[in-house]
Design a protein around this ligand. Structure first.
Ligand code: UD1
Length: 373
C-alpha cells in the first residue's frame, strides 16, 4: 500500500482533506498529514481540527503570514526537506491557497505522484491569487480530481489527457453531509439569540473587497441598507478585522468572532440568505438549499449558479441591494448537483490507489530524491 502525504494549510483546506484521509486509510494506505501553518490563529485552526475530528498533524511547518512570495517560498523551503525525509509515493493537495501551489511545485520536481483535489475550477480572473494557484497546481499534477462537469470540461479544453481527469464530485459536501446533524445541534442560534430564517449571514475576506477602505465602505453601506430589511450577522475574518473598525459598521450588522465549522454550518443552514465573497460557501449553501448572493463579479464555481442557489451580484452597491431584495422576494429553488452525494472522497481514494498501483514511476524508496537536472 502506498505512503500518502496529505497537505493542509488554511481554514478552507481542513474540511476537504479530512474525508480524503479517512477514505485512503479505510483502504489501508499509510497516511501522513502535514500542516503548513498558513493559518495559525486558534479560531481559524484548532477549532476546525476539533470539530472535524482531524488528528494532530504529523508535521507542522509553521510558515505564518507574509507577502505571497514570502508565504509561498517559506512553504516550499520547509516542505522540500520533509518530502526527502518522508519519501511518500503520493502527495495530495487540496484547493487553491498558497500552500497548495507551493507543495505542488516542490512535489512535481521531487518525484512522488501528485494529486490535486478540486482541480479544474476557473474564475478566469487573473487578479485573484487563487486563480494563479489553481492553474499552476493543475499543470504539475498527475491526478486531476474535478468536483463538477464544468471543471472537467475546463481541463479538457486546456489539453489535459483524459486519463488525468477524474470527475469525482465535491469533497466539501462529503464533510458537510457527514456533520450536518452535529451542526444542527451546535446551539449557536441560541447562544446568539437568533431565529431560524430571520437573519442573513455575511462573510467578507477577499483582498478585492476588504483591503481598499473606499470599496469596503461602499460594500458596508449596501449591507446596512439590506440590514434594514433582514438583520445581518458577520463573523469577522482576521484579514478584515482591523479594516472594519477603521471604516465603521452600520447598524443592523452584528460583528461576531470567526465561527467554528459546526457553528458556521448551523448558521448557514438556518440563514434566510447568505452574502459572501468566499468560494466554498457558494457550494455549501447550494448543498443546503439556502439562497446565496456572491459579492464578486465572477465565480470559479458556476455550477452553484446553474444548478444551485447562488446568484452573482458583483461589487456595485446598488446592484447588491437590488439582487438581495430580489432573492428575498423570490428565493431560488434548492437543487443539488450530481455527485455532490457525500461519496466524492471514496471515489478519490479508489482513483488514487488504482493509479498509484499502476504507476510505472520509480518509487521514491527505490531512487531516493531525484537529482537536479
Ligand atoms: C487564504 C487563501 C484564500 C482562502 C482564505 C480562507 C491564499 C492566497 N488565500 O486567504 O484562498 O479563501 O485563506 O480564510 O492562500 N491571519 C491571521 N490569522 C490567521 C491567518 C491569517 O491573523 O490564522 C491574517 C494574516 O496576518 C494576514 C491575513 O489574515 O494579514 C490574510 O491571511 P492569508 O493566509 O495570507 O490569506 P487569507 O486572506 O486568509
Amino acid at each position: 500500500m502506498p505512503r500518502v502525504l496529505c497537505v493542509a494549510g488554511a481554514r478552507p483546506n481542513y474540511m476537504k482533506i479530512k474525508p480524503v484521509m479517512d477514505a485512503l486509510e479505510r483502504r489501508g494506505a499509510e497516511v501522513l498529514l502535514v500542516h503548513t501553518g498558513q493559518h495559525y490563529d486558534p479560531a481559524m485552526n484548532d477549532v476546525f481540527f476539533a470539530d472535524l475530528g482531524i488528528r494532530p498533524p504529523d508535521r507542522f511547518l509553521g510558515v505564518g503570514s507574509g507577502t505571497h512570495a514570502e508565504q509561498t517560498g517559506r512553504v516550499m523551503t520547509a516542505f522540500e526537506p520533509l518530502l526527502g525525509e518522508v519519501s511518500p509515493d503520493l502527495v495530495v493537495v487540496v484547493g487553491d491557497i498558497n500552500s497548495t501551489v507551493a507543495c505542488a511545485l516542490v512535489t512535481a520536481k521531487a518525484g512522488p505522484l501528485l494529486a490535486h483535489v478540486e482541480a479544474g475550477l476557473r474564475s478566469r480572473d487573473w487578479s485573484m491569487p487563487e486563480e494563479v494557484n489553481r492553474v499552476v497546481t493543475d499543470r504539475v499534477s498527475d491526478f486531476l480530481l474535478a468536483p463538477s462537469p464544468d471543471a472537467a470540461e475546463n481541463l479538457r479544453a486546456e489539453g489535459y489527457r483524459d486519463d488525468q481527469i477524474h470527475l469525482v464530485g465535491n469533497v466539501m459536501i462529503d464533510t458537510l453531509l457527514a456533520n450536518l446533524d452535529r451542526a444542527k445541534a451546535s446551539g449557536i442560534l441560541d447562544r446568539y439569540g437568533l431565529t431560524r430564517g430571520e437573519y442573513g449571514l455575511v462573510t467578507l475576506h477577499r483582498p478585492a473587497n476588504v483591503d481598499d477602505p473606499e470599496i469596503l465602505a461602499a460594500l458596508l453601506k449596501a449591507l446596512g441598507e439590506i440590514a434594514g430589511r433582514c438583520p445581518l450577522l458577520l463573523p469577522v475574518h482576521p484579514r478584515a478585522a482591523g479594516r472594519l473598525g477603521d471604516v465603521g459598521v452600520p447598524g443592523g450588522i452584528r460583528l461576531v468572532p470567526p465561527a467554528g465549522y459546526l457553528d458556521f454550518i448551523a448558521l448557514q443552514d438556518s440563514a434566510r440568505v447568505v452574502l459572501t465573497d468566499s468560494g466554498g460557501i457558494q457550494e455549501e449553501t447550494t448543498a443546503l438549499g439556502v439562497p446565496c448572493v456572491t459579492l464578486r463579479d465572477n465565480t470559479e464555481r458556476p455550477i452553484t449558479v446553474e444548478q444551485g442557489t447562488n446568484v452573482l451580484a458583483g461589487r456595485d452597491p446598488a446592484r447588491i441591494v437590488s439582487t438581495v431584495n430580489r432573492v428575498l422576494d423570490d428565493p431560488p429553488a434548492p437543487r443539488r448537483p450530481e455527485l455532490w452525494d457525500g461519496r466524492a472522497s471514496e471515489r478519490i481514494a479508489d482513483v488514487l490507489l488504482a493509479g498509484a498501483a499502476a504507476s510505472t514511476r520509480p518509487r521514491p524508496t527505490d531512487h531516493g530524491r531525484t537529482p537536479p537536472i
